[in-house]
Design a protein around this ligand. Structure first.
Ligand SMILES: [Zn+2]
Length: 314
C-alpha cells in the first residue's frame, strides 16, 4: 500500500474544448446583469442555496451568484449512483460519449470538463474572458478570468505542498497559461470526481478496489487557493471588487475539503500520503503565507472548519 495511482486525467493534452461552432441545443439559462458591471447570472430560488435568513451573518461562500443549469438528458445506469448520474445528465446529449471512462471517478471528472467547456463557450459574458464551473444539483457558477497568468500561480504554492498534480497542472499545461482559472476547472472536476467515488463507496457500489480517489480534491484546493493568493497580489482591484471570485473560492474549498475528508475515511480511498499532506497544510512552515491568506480573507473560524487550521495567528 499504496499502489501506484492511475494516470492523471488530462496529463498529455489540454482537456477537450468543444469549438464554438458546436452550438448548444438547450435553451440558455437565465442570465442577467449582475453587480460590478459584469454580466452575471441571477441567483435562482431552486439552485440549492440555503434559504436566506435576514438575521444570519453571511458566511464565506454564501454570496456566490449561481446560474441554474438543468439536466440536459435523462440517461441513467444502475452502476452510476446519484452523483455520477447528476453529472452525466448535465452534459448536453450532443456531445455523445466522448467523455466516457470505465473508471467512474474519471468519468465524472472528464464529463465535468465537458460541461464546463460547454458553459464557458456559450454562457459567459460577451467581451469578457470567463470560466464556468458545474457543482451538481443544477448549480453552475460563471467567474471572469483575473488578469494574471497561470504560470504566476506557481510561486504561491508552498514547496511542501507541491505534489504530483503540481507539475501536471500548475507548471504544466502551458497552453492554458493565459487562463488561470483552468486550475479551478481541474479543481471542480477533481471535486466532482471525488464526490462520485464517495457516493459509490457509501452505497457499497465501489467495487474496483483501492484508488487515489480523494487526494486530488484536496491538492487542487491548495492550488486553487494559490490562485487566490496570486490574484490578491497581482490583480488587486479585481480581487478586492469582484465578489464572485472570492465567494466561489470559499464555497468550492469547503465542498472540496468536505469531500476529501469523507473519502479519506473510506477504505477504498484512504492513503497515508494524503493524511501527511493534510497535516502539512496545517503545520508546514512554508505554508504560513497560505494559512494567513485564508485567515485574512475568510476568517480564522472558516480556516479551522475548512482546512483544520489553528485559529490563532502565527
Ligand atoms: Zn482534468
Amino acid at each position: 500500500m499504496p499502489y501506484i495511482p492511475p494516470a492523471e486525467p488530462c496529463t498529455d493534452a489540454p482537456c477537450e474544448v468543444p469549438s464554438a461552432a458546436e452550438t448548444p441545443t438547450a435553451p440558455p439559462a437565465a442570465i442577467s446583469k449582475g453587480n460590478q458591471g459584469v454580466v452575471a447570472p441571477e441567483p435562482q430560488e431552486d439552485a440549492g442555496a440555503p434559504p436566506m435568513d435576514a438575521t444570519a451573518k453571511p458566511l464565506p461562500g454564501d454570496g456566490v451568484v449561481w446560474m441554474t443549469w438543468p439536466e440536459q438528458q435523462t440517461v441513467s445506469s444502475t452502476t452510476w449512483g446519484p452523483i455520477l448520474t447528476d453529472i452525466v445528465r448535465h452534459l448536453p446529449a450532443s456531445y455523445g460519449t466522448q467523455y466516457y471512462d470505465s473508471d467512474r471517478i474519471t468519468y465524472g471528472h472528464e464529463t465535468t470538463h465537458g460541461i464546463h467547456a460547454h458553459l464557458r463557450n456559450n454562457f459567459t459574458p460577451t467581451g469578457k474572458k470567463a470560466n464556468a464551473f458545474y457543482v451538481l444539483k443544477n448549480r453552475a457558477a460563471i467567474v471572469i478570468e483575473p488578469n494574471i497568468t497561470k504560470a504566476q500561480v506557481a510561486a504561491f504554492v508552498p514547496t511542501s505542498l507541491r505534489e504530483s498534480r503540481y507539475a501536471t497542472y500548475v507548471t504544466g499545461q502551458t497552453a492554458w497559461n493565459d487562463t488561470p482559472l483552468y486550475l479551478w476547472d481541474e479543481w471542480v472536476a477533481y471535486t466532482n470526481g471525488t464526490e462520485v467515488g464517495v457516493d459509490l463507496a457509501k452505497a457499497g457500489m465501489w467495487n474496483t478496489g483501492w484508488r487515489d480517489g480523494a487526494m486530488g480534491a484536496m491538492e487542487l484546493t491548495i492550488y486553487a487557493l494559490a490562485v487566490g493568493m496570486a490574484v490578491e497580489k497581482l490583480d488587486a482591484t479585481y480581487f478586492a471588487q469582484y465578489t464572485q471570485f472570492r465567494e466561489f473560492l470559499a464555497w468550492s474549498s469547503k465542498r472540496a475539503m468536505a469531500a476529501y475528508r469523507e473519502g479519506a475515511k473510506q477504505k477504498d480511498f484512504a492513503w497515508d500520503k494524503q493524511d501527511a499532506y493534510y497535516a502539512s497544510i496545517r503545520s508546514s512552515a512554508d505554508a504560513k503565507d497560505l494559512r494567513q491568506f485564508v485567515r485574512r480573507v475568510y476568517g480564522g473560524a472558516w480556516g479551522q472548519e475548512v482546512l483544520g487550521l489553528d485559529v490563532s495567528t502565527e
